[in-house]
Design a protein around this ligand. Structure first.
Ligand code: G6P
Length: 383
């Protein structure tokens, strides 16, 4: 067993630390990076591309569809939430999100020209399978994104992409989550290859994908710091997590990790909704984690930080290294988690890693079962 865990104490810990390799596996043979200096007579843009074998035949159908609908449960749903904006931005198609169980509860309208994407680590989640059958009956094109070759969802979708993160054993999903975000980003890139207007943006994202494994390796060095933060937080009853834009998903996923493995109450909150209720919970005792890395939302996140500071809140801030704007705002009571910067739409891949480490250490320190949290299963095969 210890050998299977590769020298780590738990599968979750091993899977968190495996992420530089699992991300590489997800991109292997699919993303062509531009690593050569511009050659004479060669269009430099042609050097960068994303090829997804399971999707190539369907790219034009998807491009001319009515909308893209992303369907999933749990952590897989948060991966969809994190990448929604990237898909919208690169395809100019409306992208809707559905929790599989809610889609079925509402018997949500789905049409023949809808493109439904089912995202699932196991490929066996009962709610997601039901939603897939429902969408198929209505004639939608069904695309599967799973981490398990030959799984029910991989078999019954019309086409798809394998996540290729490698086998995930810990009940709480970690490396599958980051690889799902990379897969969905690759899908957005593959769908927008013909767009000249999006070339510069696509190249920026592809270049950042190339650096991602190294940046994740760098952020994993925060392990000891996250353990010491976990020691500070282990006796708390609750942890609020604020984020917005690309990192609203990071806030929800971080909170889910804390509650599902560390069995501590935690809530992910859209920072834009802070004044509509959550602010009432803020006092000088409640620990609050704020994700404030550099993107278009940064100024708004700084204002969130000042408003929380004005209420003397206990702040933990995830920010980019060398962010002087944040450094000027904080007091001794505030802890910074400094992460390397990548392109805005991939920053959630880097940002979640220290928070996975935090939830892992909280779990160990609180004496809870890391790989099999009570009442939970790796793959939920009943509805
Ligand atoms: C269970 C697992 C979660 C997972 C969710 C969806 O709740 O504990 O980690 O995110 O199912 O699973 P799927 O295999 O469909 O991604």
């Amino acid at each position: 067993n210890h050998i299977m865990k590769g020298g780590y104490d738990h599968f979750m810990q091993k899977e968190i630390h495996e992420q530089p390799e699992s991300l590489l596996q997800t991109m292997r043979g699919r993303v062509k990076f531009d690593r050569s200096p511009a050659k004479l007579g060669v269009d430099p843009y042609q050097e960068r591309r994303v090829t997804l074998g399971g999707l190539t035949e369907h790219v034009s159908t998807i491009r001319f569809g009515r909308r893209i609908m992303l369907v999933a449960c749990g952590t897989s749903y948060y991966a969809c939430l994190a990448c929604r904006q990237t898909i919208e931005e690169l395809t100019d198609l409306p992208v809707t999100l559905e929790l599989a169980s809610d889609l079925m509860d509402r018997r949500c309208p789905i049409f023949r020209d809808d493109m439904c994407v089912f995202v699932s680590q196991s490929g066996e989640t009962a709610d997601t399978i039901q939603a897939l059958e429902y969408a198929k009956e209505r004639g939608a094109l069904c695309i599967g994104i799973t981490n398990t070759v030959g799984s029910a969802i991989a078999r019954s979708t019309h086409c798809g992409v394998h996540i290729n993160a490698g086998c995930e054993i810990g009940v709480a999903s970690t490396k599958a989550y980051t690889s799902q975000m990379v897969t969905l980003t690759m899908v957005a890139l593959a769908l927008s290859e013909d767009s000249i207007a999006k070339r510069a943006r696509r190249d920026e994202i592809i270049d950042s994908l190339g650096q991602l494994p190294e940046k994740v390796r760098e952020v994993l060095l925060l392990d000891t710091e996250m353990r010491s933060l976990a020691q500070q937080l282990m006796k708390e009853e609750s942890l609020l997590v604020f984020g917005r834009g690309y990192n609203f998903a990071t806030a929800l996923e971080a909170a889910l990790k804390v509650k599902e493995v560390a069995l501590m109450h935690s809530e992910g909150i859209l920072a834009g909704e802070m004044k509509h209720g959550p602010l009432a919970l803020v006092d000088e005792n409640m620990p609050i984690l704020v994700i404030a890395t550099q993107d278009r939302m940064h100024a708004k996140m700084l204002s969130v930080v000042s408003q929380l500071r004005a209420r003397n809140a206990r702040l933990i801030i995830v920010c980019n290294k060398g962010d002087t704007g944040i450094a000027d705002l904080v007091s001794e009571r505030c802890r910074l988690i400094e992460v390397p910067q990548v392109v805005d739409c991939l920053q959630p891949v880097v940002n979640i890693v220290p928070l996975q480490l935090l939830s892992y250490h909280l779990t160990v320190l609180r004496g809870m079962n890391v790989d099999q949290p009570r009442n939970l299963a790796k793959s939920v095969t009943v509805t």
